[in-house]
Write a protein that binds this ligand. Structure first.
Ligand code: PAP
Length: 319
């Protein structure tokens, strides 16, 4: 896809956008521009500006925020199921017929993909949206309203390997690990630098834990029950004793597990925006797959880098 052409939009003054783009540092591979200190994909730059300008948060909104390949699909499925569990039973779940990416749209790839300022007022609450945007680039109304933000992070080694192996189209080639490794270590990757993205949400969580929940992919893998309860409490829909006794937490966790989601019809066919295959969001779903791709020296370099960037912040990741 030609990113420059994609960004042009009848409703958006394209000259202003192009003028702004000319002033920004950019890379061709990956195709990113530096905006507000972060490398955002050029393909969704216009959509990011539209989100910032036009999204009006409501106090009941739930915003899911991740770096790509950090468990976004999983977090969408879980949060949607937890927040809407009073509307349907597990065997009537919309997840059985729709992709998590359809049920919980991204700001950049869905909500503002074609329209500069769509009407979102009729979506029933709680509205759930997702984004890969860093905390610093979120619209002011998200930061200022009572809405909740759930950030999920993943260890940088697996996140990088997952990104390199992502195969969004039938014929797409994996991203060569060697070629991208240096760029990743320089922070030049979609929505990077990794460390600044993480620290933005981590510090926001420390400042206001009622507003920002900080989850780790690896913790969900280790103990899904406690993490599901944590999400439910955070968004104001705690499980009752009766629901727990009925096994509802297990049912939701089971439905949203990697094996379950991957085997569902809506995730085997179709695509997001006709571009990204739904099936491409389900590869291995494991912790530690990096050991199959990175040399010990590469792993040591990423670990050393992250340790120095995270020093003193209290932020730890689990490989
Ligand atoms: P994104 O590109 O929209 O951010 P995201 O779901 O974060 O999507 O990326 C896919 C990764 O999440 C894949 O990781 P992998 O390459 O290491 O395998 C995918 O397998 C993993 N994933 C998807 N669904 C689940 C799930 N239910 N449980 C655990 N991992 C999952």
């Amino acid at each position: 896809m030609n990113a420059t052409v994609e960004m042009e939009n009848k409703e958006s003054p394209k000259d202003d956008l192009h003028e702004l783009l000319q002033t920004l540092e950019r890379h061709v591979s990956p195709p990113v521009v530096k905006y507000g200190g972060f490398w955002v994909p050029e393909m969704v730059f216009r959509q990011i500006l539209s989100t910032q300008k036009n999204f009006k948060a409501q106090g009941t909104d739930i915003i899911l925020s991740t770096l790509p390949k950090s468990g976004t699909t999983w977090l969408k499925a879980l949060t949607f199921s937890i927040a809407n569990r009073h509307l349907f039973t597990i065997d009537q779940s919309p997840l059985l017929t729709s992709s998590p990416h359809t049920l919980v749209p991204f700001f950049e790839f869905n909500v503002y993909w074609e329209q500069e300022n769509p009407d979102l007022s009729n979506i029933p609450s709680p509205r759930i949206f997702a984004t890969h945007m860093p905390f610093e680039l979120l619209p002011d109304s998200i930061r200022e309203s009572d809405c909740r933000i759930i950030c999920m992070c993943r260890n940088p080694l697996d996140q990088f390997v997952s990104y390199c192996n992502f195969s969004p189209k039938e014929n797409s080639e994996p991203v060569p690990i060697d070629k991208n490794f240096d760029m990743f270590c320089q922070g030049i990757h979609f929505y990077g630098p990794f460390w600044d993205h993480m620290l933005g949400y981590w510090n926001a969580h420390l400042e206001n834990p009622r507003k920002v929940l900080f989850l780790r992919y690896e913790d969900l893998k280790e103990d899904i029950t406690s993490q599901v309860k944590k999400i439910a409490e955070f968004i104001g829909f705690p499980f009752s004793l009766e629901e727990e006794e009925q096994g509802l937490i297990d049912h939701i966790s089971g439905l949203c597990s990697f094996q379950s989601l991957r085997s569902l019809a809506p995730n085997k066919t179709g695509s997001v925006n006709g571009i990204v295959k739904n099936s491409s969001f389900f590869r291995k779903g494991q912790v530690g797959d990096w050991t199959n791709y990175l040399t010990p020296a590469m792993a040591a370099r990423i670990k050393k880098l992250m340790d120095s960037k995270f020093e003193g912040s209290g932020l730890m990741y689990n490989t």
